[in-house]
Design a protein around this ligand. Sequence first.
Ligand code: SAH
Ligand code: SF4
Length: 411
Amino acid sequence: MSTEVVAVSAVSAEQQQSPSAPAQQNAVEKVNLLGMSRPQMEKFFEDMGEKKFRAGQVMKWIHQFFVTDFAEMTNISGKLREKLEKICEIKAPEVVHKNYSKDGTRKWVFRVGDGEGSLVETVLIPAEHRSGLRCTLCISSQVGCALDCSFCSTGKQGFQRDLNQAEIIGQLWMANYSYMEDVPVLERERSVTNVVMMGMGEPLLNYDAVLNSMRTMLDDFAYGMSKRRVTLSTSGVVPKIDQMVKDIDVALAISLHAPNDELRNKLVPINKKYPLEQLIAACKRYIEKDGNESSRKHVTIEYVMLDGVNDHPEHAQQMIKLLKNLPSKINLIPFNPFPHAPYGRSSRNRIISFQKTLSDAGFVCTIRQTRGDDIDAACGQLVGQVADRTRRAEQWKKKVAQQNEILRSQG
Ligand code: SAH
Ligand code: SF4
């Protein structure tokens, strides 16, 4: 697959360091409306002495017509538009790279702060589906991740900070806008049909911002997405799963990756805090909450296939026992290697026979297609060109250097 690479960082990076920058810093910071959920925006308008229905109108302009200039909001009075112009802005995070693959996959790298390491990535994967074209966007929720799963390149970067709502929704806004840039405002449509919170970071550890962003995804005044088409993926922050069940109805994916505590403690360290028994119990509580009407008919189980580590027939048997009473769909993910990764990808045969064991036991079990490899868009490679500056990254580099040294001395 060949790709068209468009670097757009140069101008904005220079502007940031231009002599006029200090003057800009002194200017009053404008309120960014991009990330506000409807209740938040309604309150904002009311506090300004305006009617709260204005929030819905403005949200439609932002999220359905991808307008960033208040002057284009033609159903809002000139006076209010002027007022908004003075104190507000609609600002997506800065795109430093975009990369569009010929197979339709698109990737963006966003700068979300100063410094080399403050970058996050977003990937869009279109695919034909029986219900039509599906456009799935993989969204990041944090810069780096504190949980340090042993097979994950984001984990190796360490944790830097949570993304705010504008930075989370900004990824969805930008992906939709990328198809509509040249379309007249009133003819614009939304292209992204599905969202998976499976980019960088653990979404349940940035709970409020992720919750409000998902509310905006479902809101008819914004993206109006189906609750079955917004999926939150977690490595298993049990109390927050329960909180989410109370707060919002979206699909849930669990990064399981191991069918017993001993192995899972090694691969997904948060398992030491919330072991499998607690995690499976939380999944059952999620399903039991009005399971028939909602998106909560099943839990998606993600299982990365690591060669010789978690892909033995006995692991498949343990999975069958573990998931026996949990309505679930299993998605086997071929491991995506990254430089110095301590694992390899299970062979195709191994993955297929693992799948067969689970299917024969009555589970719906699919193998994830690896797409966008040519632009590092594959799951788990979201770290891409992100610079790793944290201590853990330093320790990791040292460890790799030591290992290389040992290998060299062994000839
Ligand atoms: N923190 C959340 C969401 C982000 S990770 C979670 O862990 O669920 C999204 C998915 O990518 C998870 O299932 C994760 O385990 C998987 N993943 C991480 N690194 C990977 C790699 N190198 N190869 C394949 N999948 C990987
Ligand atoms: Fe964090 Fe998820 Fe990566 Fe684990 S797999 S380190 S939870 S991003």
